[in-house]
Design a protein around this ligand. Structure first.
Ligand code: NAP
Length: 254
């Protein structure tokens, strides 16, 4: 059973646009106070203002998940203002080399990939999740129902991408994005195993193929549709799963 989110404090990283922004809006509709994590303060404030304009409670929080000092500052501000965190959605993610250097080609093919690309993608999608989670864990421990949701991908499922006859065989081989999400799935299980005894539920989700900037708007789901599974796992009741991987349709294969 899912909890109501009245008066819960929820942080969504990378919430200024796309799936994260939609998840923040949905959590606000459920009554949560949402903290819009954004590495660009102006874009974060714009997204927070949009949530407020729809009747929700939202605050922008400057948060680049690759900036340790900024992460510490965000956690400190959250502690001073709210004293705890109930929901952490690690949504910020990076897919393409263009976000590292616009002059370099978008290439993640294993045999030709530039290692700088792999490092940059892992810095955001994997190391950033560890850094943010660990900085906010002391605040999550003060919650009555702490939940962590890591936004993964079908492309992180070894079962799906490893099936030569399956629908994901058509995906371009990748040495960066896909392995980063596989690593994120592994991290999810390890965090869940560590935190199970403390009642902190940690799960990974695959939002599906969503129409956002990250795929040049080729996805067929709306951000709201993609965000629904994030919100479902963020609002699990005490009897909810931990250490799982879920799509909108239910458990996903690792
Ligand atoms: P998006 O619209 O491009 O949003 C990505 C968000 O992450 C943006 O807010 C971006 O901020 C932020 N971000 C990137 N690097 C960051 C950093 N270092 N620090 C803080 N924020 C950072 O893409 P999206 O599709 O909504 O992606 C959201 C998540 O869903 C990602 O983890 C992605 O891998 C995952 N996902 C998406 C799909 C899909 O089909 N769209 C499928 C599977 C999984 P800026 O605006 O500043 O760039």
């Amino acid at each position: 059973m899912n909890t109501t989110t009245n008066q819960q404090i929820a942080l969504v990283t990378g919430a200024n646009k796309g799936i994260g922004r939609a998840a923040a809006g949905q959590l606000a509709e459920l009554g949560a106070t949402v903290l819009i994590g954004a590495r660009n303060a102006e874009r974060g404030e714009e997204a927070a203002a949009a949530v407020r304009a729809s009747g929700g409670v939202a605050h922008a929080v400057a948060l680049d998940v690759t900036d340790p000092a900024g992460i510490r500052a965000a956690a400190q501000q959250t502690e001073e203002r709210f004293g705890r965190l109930d929901i952490l959605i690690n949504n910020a993610g990076m897919t393409s080399y263009q976000q590292v250097d616009p002059d370099k080609a978008v290439d993640q093919i294993p045999s030709t990939v530039d290692l700088d690309m792999v490092r940059a993608v892992f810095e955001t999608n994997v190391f950033g999740v560890i850094a943010v989670t660990n900085a906010f864990l002391p605040l999550l421990r003060r919650s009555a129902a702490p939940r962590v949701v890591n936004v993964s991908s079908h492309a992180g499922s070894l079962t799906l991408i490893g099936d030569p006859d399956g629908p994901f065989a058509a995906l371009l081989p990748s040495a960066a994005y896909s392995p980063s999400k596989t690593a994120l799935n592994a991290l999810t299980v390890n965090y869940a195993n560590e935190l199970r005894k403390d009642g902190i539920l940690v799960n990974a989700v695959a939002p599906g193929y969503v129409d956002t900037d990250s795929n040049n708007h080729t996805g067929f789901l709306t951000p709201a549709q993609g965000a629904a599974v994030l919100v479902r796992l963020a609002t699990l009741g005490a009897d909810g799963p931990t250490g799982g991987f879920f799509t909108a349709d239910g458990p996903a294969p690792w």
